[in-house]
Design a protein around this ligand. Structure first.
Ligand SMILES: [Cu+2]
Length: 463
């Protein structure tokens, strides 16, 4: 791909690249947002201001981006950093050219450049965004945000609570330490030192007593696998990784039996606030050596008297259903890296070593010309991906641009809910089924970013 292909016009000293004009011609009414990737500082720890962060807002957390299902959205992403960047919209099934993967779908966005992303989200639900260039650095320094695609019609909640779960690696003064370690990258990933929710210690908010709250939880950390449960109310998991659930996910009420949310995953939860003013609902996480509050929702005012059974099921998203009568099977092995050359990531950052591989090959790099697809799928066909973990570490495997159903595991019963990110357990063989209904080169990688950046990456092509 040539850089000149993406440089189309310039204005006011910045270069505008990407995008498409078809939207305007169609007479659509797109929501247009200017989003500037920029340095930030913020009080992540009490009494300290963390320097050297990266956000999409001035000295504030990356905003929740809201769009509507079926409505055109335009994001003019400006690079206000000194490094390159590119923005990926995790879970959105949009045209390949808008997927934000450097060299595969676009040239990285240079400092001061603007890339125009234009797309119409086909699915409602909870998604998120993060850079796919300088990924390790920019994500670790803060650039992960929640993306909400609202249903076309109101689905009956009184209020909403959006939680962006992620850690930061800070010292006692609230300043960044090494964002990762070689030891971590070669094993389960390097964990943060400070857990955060929406860039703060605990999310605290008030909701009407007896009302119905839609809680959207996104695990956007580079490493942490969350073990979550609720205290203080009944509830229901209504969507998983964006899509309304077809198979009930048990509502977790105990730290002994928590719900696992791995990096990249999201859940939508219907909660009923307690009837009595002052009572609370808590989202808790099990952590090494104990438990921790992540969110505390407090009932206020008179009892609104709502009940969960008033909620209708969420409308289904327009997903293609895999035909499992005689699917083709593609094999993928996730394991250690053989000795290999270092990946060529061009302008998009390298960790300086490879530890991991897919099908015995470490990722040749973002910028490597002629890197082959891991698999080629025919447009419209059903394929089963057999994902084999040869390592003792856990890998949340993410596929861009397509949705898949986990159907079978050698380790456990799986819930075949549509997803874009599936956690592979130690020595697990997990089969997932999909319809290859979106053409293009779709990145396929571990969402432990240290694993992704040290070899556990590749792409699948739909032609
Ligand atoms: Cu991994």
């Amino acid at each position: 791909m040539q850089r000149r292909d993406f440089l189309k016009m310039s204005a006011a000293g910045v270069t505008l690249a990407g995008g498409g004009s078809a939207l305007w011609a169609a007479g659509a009414d797109p929501v247009v947002q200017h989003l500037k990737v920029q340095p930030a500082q913020y009080g992540l720890m009490p009494g300290k201001v963390t320097q050297g962060m990266v956000s999409l807002a001035a000295d504030a957390p990356p905003p929740v981006l809201r769009m509507k299902q079926g409505q055109a959205f335009v994001a003019n992403v400006e690079n206000g950093m000194e490094d390159y960047t590119a923005m990926h919209w995790h879970g959105l099934r949009i045209p390949n050219a808008m997927d934000g993967v450097p060299y595969l779908t676009q040239f990285p966005i240079a400092p001061k450049e603007i890339f125009q992303y234009t797309f119409t989200p086909p699915d409602a639900g909870t998604y998120w965004y993060h850079p796919h260039c300088m990924t390790m650095t920019q994500m670790a320094l803060g650039l992960t945000g929640v993306l909400v695609v609202e249903e076309a019609d109101d689905v009956g909640f009184d209020s909403e609570e959006v939680l962006n779960l992620r850690d930061f690696r800070l010292n006692g003064e609230g300043q960044f330490i090494d964002l990762y370690t070689g030891r971590g990258a070669a094993r389960g990933g390097t964990h943060g030192t400070v857990m955060a929710v929406n860039w703060q210690d605990v999310q605290r908010s008030d909701h009407a007593a007896g009302s119905l709250v839609r809680m959207r939880v996104a695990a956007t950390d580079t490493t942490r696998i969350y073990k979550l449960y609720f205290v203080g109310t009944d509830g229901e998991i209504i969507a998983w990784d964006g899509h309304p659930v077809d198979y009930a996910v048990p509502f977790p009420v105990s730290g002994d039996d928590p719900l696992i949310l791995s990096p990249g995953q999201r859940m939508d939860v219907a909660l009923r606030m307690p009837s009595t003013e002052g009572e609370t609902v808590k989202l808790m996480a099990r952590v090494p050596g104990g438990v921790r509050e992540l969110a505390v929702l407090t009932s206020v005012g008179q009892d609104a008297g709502r009940v969960l059974s008033e909620l209708k099921p969420l409308p289904r998203n327009p997903l293609s259903e895999p035909d499992l009568t005689n699917p083709r099977v593609e094999e993928f092995v996730f394991g250690w890296s053989p000795e290999g050359d270092l990946p060529n990531n061009g302008f998009c950052g390298t960790l300086g070593y490879t530890f991991w591989s897919i099908n015995r090959k470490p990722w040749a790099g973002d910028a490597s010309e002629g890197t082959a697809a891991l698999a080629r799928l025919n447009l419209g066909e059903t394929v089963v991906l057999r994902l084999r973990n040869e390592s003792p570490n856990l890998h949340p495997i993410h596929l861009h641009g397509l949705a898949f159903r986990p159907i079978r595991s050698n380790k456990r019963d799986v819930l075949p809910n549509m997803t874009d990110t599936a956690l592979l357990l130690k020595d697990e063989v997990l089969e997932v089924a999909l319809v290859a209904d979106n053409p293009g080169k779709w990145a396929f990688h571990c969402h432990v970013i240290e694993h992704q950046k040290t070899g556990l990456a590749g792409y699948i092509e739909v032609v």
